[in-house]
Write a protein that binds this ligand. Structure first.
Ligand SMILES: *Cc1c(COP(=O)(O)O)cnc(C)c1O
Length: 367
């Protein structure tokens, strides 16, 4: 038995680095409202992510919700139920109706073969998710969206730093949301951003996250408060410096898992995608009971009894949440439904040690 191994462990910069990063905040007393740290992080992210515009937010969810609001749409939004609560809630909280498309069994992202058949005259947008850092078929989605004149807003919460054919993943579609939550590959404790191509969104997003205030005497939008603070931004500036090393270490953890779990029958391991520079965000396994011998839920419990805390992520589908009872039918997305019952994300973070990985894999193999 070992000490508890949790599914993730937030990365932190060295304490003295963070202290020196925030030292000037103690000089200026400028704590929030788009200060120096905020502006610097925004500029650095724009460059790092290879995107035209970046707007920072207090968290990823508000970034997504406000990006959708900024597009000023109404009607149906085609999306996936195999995601975190945030994606579906952002659509519903904007008064729009999610229409659930099934997912591809290998990438867990929107099944572009089904996508077009769900488009009606009410469809206004597509909100796909780059699940576990696997990217959607961005080219097919782009083609379909252009043909039907639909907006595309990616939930890229898992895909920070991912590149496709050398291009930053946040540059595809009309906009992308990244989450900088403490558990993500890059974080600002809580935080998030919208990356977008249309300069016209600058002012709208700025006002939405700052109470709709245009200037000192004019409030012309019913906005809310979504501002990222200086301390959050400072954490981001530190973490960004360590990101390349973190991703290198994530790759080592990924490779070790692959090495120790390769060939276990009934386990489907993550596959890297062609032309994609990955970020190694998660290590999801698919437990096929017939071959593996026990169910996903049984494996989850077995790991837990050995002090290993994996996560049923994503389970359940958002379309089966109690708050949406009677509105959607999870059976209409059978691939997503099956995946939600078979997927388990294993503990995965940069400083997961070799011996911890070996221990986890031994428990799985000897089930
Ligand atoms: C984390 C996450 C979000 C929400 O981001 P927060 O920064 O926690 O608000 C949205 N979608 C997905 C897929 C996520 O994993």
């Amino acid at each position: 038995m070992t000490d508890k191994i949790y599914v993730t462990k937030s990365s932190l910069p060295p304490l003295d680095e963070f202290v020196s990063e925030i030292a000037d905040v103690w000089e200026t007393h400028w704590l929030t409202n788009m200060g120096v740290k905020h502006q610097l992080l925004q500029a650095k992210l724009q460059e790092f992510l290879g995107v035209r515009h970046v707007a920072l937010f207090t968290n990823g969810h508000l970034a997504l919700e406000m990006a959708l609001q900024a597009m000023d749409l109404a009607g149906e939004v085609i999306t996936t139920p195999f995601t975190f609560a945030s994606t579906t809630h952002a659509i519903v909280r904007n008064g729009m109706t999610p229409v659930f498309c099934d997912v591809d069994p290998d990438t867990f992202t929107l099944d572009v073969c089904q996508l077009e058949s769900l488009i009606t005259e009410k469809t206004c947008a597509i909100v796909p998710v780059h699940v576990y850092g696997n990217i959607c078929d961005v080219e097919a989605i782009d083609r379909i969206a252009k043909k039907h004149n639909l907006k595309v807003l990616y939930d890229a919460a898992h895909a920070f730093g991912v590149r496709y054919k050398g291009r930053g993943i946040g540059s595809f579609g009309d906009a992308s949301m990244f989450s900088f939550h403490a558990t993500k590959v890059f974080h600002t404790i809580e935080g998030g951003a919208v990356c977008y191509n249309d300069e016209g969104l600058d002012q709208v997003l700025y006002q939405l996250k700052n109470f709709g205030i245009r200037d000192e005497q004019n409030v012309d939008t019913v906005g809310a408060n979504g501002k990222m603070s200086e301390i959050q931004a400072a954490m981001g500036l530190c973490n960004l410096r360590h990101l390349p090393d973190n991703i290198k270490r994530r790759k080592q953890v990924f490779d070790l898992y692959m090495h120790h779990l390769q060939g276990v029958s009934g386990l489907r391991l993550p596959a890297l995608q062609e032309n994609v520079e990955p970020n190694y965000a998660y290590f999801p396994i698919i437990v096929e009971e017939d071959c593996f011998g026990i169910t996903r839920d049984a494996l989850y419990e077995l790991l837990k009894s050995n002090n290993i805390y994996a996560r049923k992520y994503f389970y359940p589908l958002t379309s089966s949440y109690a708050c949406y009872q009677g509105q959607f039918n999870p059976q209409e997305t059978p691939v997503a439904l099956a995946l939600s019952q078979e997927v388990l994300t294993l503990p995965f973070y940069p400083d997961l040690s070799t011996s911890q990985i070996e221990y986890i894999c031994r428990v799985i193999r000897e089930k």
